[in-house]
Design a protein around this ligand. Structure first.
Ligand code: SF4
Ligand code: SF4
Length: 448
């Protein structure tokens, strides 16, 4: 299967199975439409009024050469069966919900605007310690383990976060592991001390902000209905100014209220935030801010427009990074690696303040997705197997999708909440993902 498109002044052809990307001229681009169904003579006849015959013959020779080298019209590797793709029960990453409580009440929040449906709670230190031990003991030979301090708002339980970092450093020696810590915060409670601690101890930090002030403030109000932008942005700036070259991300959510989210991404850049990400809201389609099919044209156009801005900025500032436009075409055609996806429910789990285990933060509180708890361990092996098998090879829609080795089968939570089935991808999300992949490849094509 191939996928071809024109974007950012390039004719681009992606050979899906081999992962090869070809930049071609308009003639080759046209010929590829009929290459597999017409003879050489028929192709010359069809295109001779538009292109010179000799050029058509040369282009056909080049196409044939790429086909012979298995770089074009390559067949999928059907030999990849369950025996070859056999993910283990090794857990590599944990989302640790240290606080089921929040000091913002974002309208779209999965945690019922921060109050967790009246079940506010903070993780105690003993539960946190048990979770870190659980991760060590269920991670096989894997040395590097990811722990994301998450909420609600984890800064509301910061003493426990600090103690857990200390404890993690102690036990990693006993288990021969190395923890990579991340914290995801809305920033409201950041102080100089906390910034210092985070910059010293967190390998990554995810800073939540929904773009421009006029977008962020109505959708992310404080508990007393004030805007949060002016409180948070100076703190985030301070954090990244003293962070050196350690990783961070500004992460936003866009809704149908800001389909012009390109302006939000540019606002991040103008504020000095260079590692950025913005994601479409996941919510009940009945909500006024939900993204619907009829919003898609505008949204897809916005990704394209932003790819142009992005290319212009990166001409003089290569530090500007948009998460979805970072794609590595040189990673090689390692199909197994690319088909695994996010690993939710198999390699990645979320742990609640009570010690309950879920496939990821988006499933927390969904009793049908409770995998077990820190005392019993994972008892729903059947559910775990379902997640393990939820990869591109087992999803009908993914089989014929050109983006399958870049998106790795999409988000299980989106699939479940929209279609009631983790094996049925969320179509609106798929259309966005395909556009982002197209943009990302066209950016690389322009930067090579
Ligand atoms: S974009 Fe959708 S259909 Fe394509 S691989 Fe991803 S989840 Fe599957
Ligand atoms: S299922 Fe979706 S929300 Fe959960 S970890 Fe995977 S990609 Fe993220």
């Amino acid at each position: 299967m191939i996928h071809k498109y024109f974007l950012n002044d390039k004719y681009i052809v992606l050979d899906v199975a081999s992962g090869s990307v070809h930049l071609v001229d308009e003639l080759t681009y046209d010929l590829l439409d009929d290459y597999q169904t017409m003879s050489k003579e028929e192709l010359i006849d069809k295109y001779k009024n538009k292109y010179e015959e000799n050029n058509i013959k040369t282009a056909l020779g080049e196409i044939k050469s790429l086909v012979d080298q298995e770089l074009l019209f390559t067949e999928d590797d059907n030999s990849l069966d369950d025996v070859e793709y056999n993910p283990t029960n090794i857990i590599k990453a944990m989302c640790l919900h240290v606080a089921h409580d929040c000091n913002l009440k974002c309208k779209y929040c999965f945690a019922a605007q921060g109050n967790f449906k009246g079940q506010r709670s903070l993780m105690d230190l003993e539960t946190g310690k048990k979770a870190l031990k659980f991760l060590c003991e269920n991670s096989g030979n894997r040395k590097n383990l990811e722990v994301d301090f998450f909420g609600g708002e984890p800064l509301m339980n910061f003493e426990v976060v600090k103690d857990l970092v200390k404890y993690g450093r102690e036990i990693e020696k006993d288990y021969n592991k190395h923890f990579r810590f991340t914290i995801t915060t809305n920033g409201l409670l950041l102080t100089d001390d906390k910034i210092d601690f985070i910059n010293e101890n967190m390998d990554n930090v995810v800073l939540s902000l929904d773009g421009r002030k006029e977008i962020n403030d109505p959708i992310r109000p404080t508990l007393n209905d004030k805007g949060s932008y002016d409180i948070i942005v100076p703190k985030f700036k301070k954090l990244i100014e003293t962070r050196g070259d350690k990783d961070y991300y500004i992460r936003g959510t866009y809704t149908s209220f800001n389909k012009d989210f390109r302006k939000d991404l540019l606002d991040y850049y103008e504020n000095g935030f260079k590692k950025v990400s913005i994601e479409p809201v996941v919510t009940d389609p009945k909500e006024p801010y939900a993204i619907r099919e009829e919003d898609l044209d505008e949204i897809l156009k916005e990704y394209e427009e932003f790819s142009k801005d992005y290319l212009s900025i990166r001409k003089y500032d290569k530090d500007f990074l948009f998460f979805h436009y970072m794609i590595d075409l040189n990673q090689g055609p390692c199909v197994v690696k690319r088909m695994v996806g996010c690993g939710a429910g198999s390699e990645y789990i979320a742990v609640t303040p009570e010690g309950d285990i879920y496939p990821c933060h988006q499933f927390v509180g969904e009793k049908d997705f409770l995998l077990g708890n820190l005392d019993t361990g994972i008892i729903r092996e059947d559910l775990r197997d379902e997640f393990k098998c939820a990869n591109v090879m087992n999803k009908d829609e993914c089989n014929s999708c050109f983006a399958k080795y870049y998106c790795s089968g999409g988000c299980h939570a989106n699939a479940y909440f929209n279609n009631g089935d983790i094996l049925k991808p969320y179509e609106i999300g798929c259309k966005m993902e395909r556009k982002r992949v197209e943009c990302a490849i066209s950016i690389l094509a322009n930067e090579i």
